[in-house]
Ligand binder design. Sequence first.
Ligand code: PRP
Ligand code: MN
Ligand code: MG
Length: 180
Amino acid sequence: MHENIDRILFTEDEIKQRVAEIGAGITQDYKDDPDGVILISVLRGAAIFMADLARQIQLPCEMDYMAVSSYGNGVKSSGVVRILKDLSSQIEGRNVVIAEDVLDSGLTLTYLLKTLKARNPKSIEVATLLRKKTRAQAKIDCAYVGFECPDEFIVGYGLDYAERYRNLPYIGVLKPELYN
Ligand code: PRP
Ligand code: MN
Ligand code: MG
């Protein structure tokens, strides 16, 4: 385990298993629709989750990327969502599945859902690997949730602290003395 990690929440094997289940769920839910799905990953955190998820989906499946940021390098959300990179594809009439690494305050997904729904997709759903239990969380319907997780500072498998730790193969809690 990395020296700056307090404890592991979800191991590499647990994540792999859960991502396979989510992929099987998406495959099942869209199997009768010849249009398949377009996965949209919210950079940068969700890139690793989406790359693994896409390989567990047995459907016509496109991938596109959008970058928004609300956290910058800090621990707390700034409360402002900015589009840093828009999609390359048109999503009108498409089945969109947004892949997110973590739903925390819900600010990012609230903004994305509003922005993408305005483009008239055929359908739009959210697949989030992690959902934090926070009091402040906006009510967001997620069709696919990997794990519920505690409201602690978590890193790994795409999640960063000041851009580090995204490459850890597991999800763990960062030692509090590193950001206090
Ligand atoms: C993190 C995380 C989610 C978002 C969740 O992204 O990857 O996208 O915050 O928080 P919220 O529900 O409170 O909006 P961040 O803005 O840190 O950018 P990153 O993906 O590049 O790390
Ligand atoms: Mn993110
Ligand atoms: Mg971040």
